[in-house]
Design a protein around this ligand. Structure first.
Ligand code: FES
Length: 113
């Protein structure tokens, strides 16, 4: 039966910082934005598989973007779509729940459609 699994403590995610966790076989990027919302994406860039947690979260026209550190592709924080730098597939996204100070991801881990 599907459920949720704890992958991080909310306090460990600084607003505006990128971090990643291994969930099963998957590296997952966790992002807590300035408003406190936590989002989860695939942890490796679809270009040449750089760890996105080594990138930065930048504010720009139209909202925040995850910037890959290797070749500077930028992915919209709202939907994971690559908006600048490259033509790449969107990042896989995962549902996130926050409860009792814990960040939860689906168990088993299944990407949003
Ligand atoms: S590896 Fe991310 S833009 Fe190239």
């Amino acid at each position: 039966m599907a459920g949720w699994q704890k992958v991080a403590d909310l306090d460990a995610l600084a607003p505006g910082a990128l971090s990643d966790v291994v969930v099963g076989q998957e590296l997952v990027l966790l992002v807590r934005d300035a408003a406190g919302t936590v989002r989860a994406f695939q942890g490796l860039c679809p270009h040449e598989y750089a760890r996105l947690a080594e990138g930065t979260l930048e504010e720009g026209d139209g909202g925040a973007r995850i910037r890959c550190s290797r070749h500077l592709a930028r992915f919209d924080l709202a939907d994971g779509v690559c908006r600048r730098g490259w033509v790449l597939p969107p990042l896989r996204r995962y549902a996130v729940e926050v409860a009792d100070g814990a960040v939860l991801l689906p168990d088993p881990l299944v990407a949003l459609a």
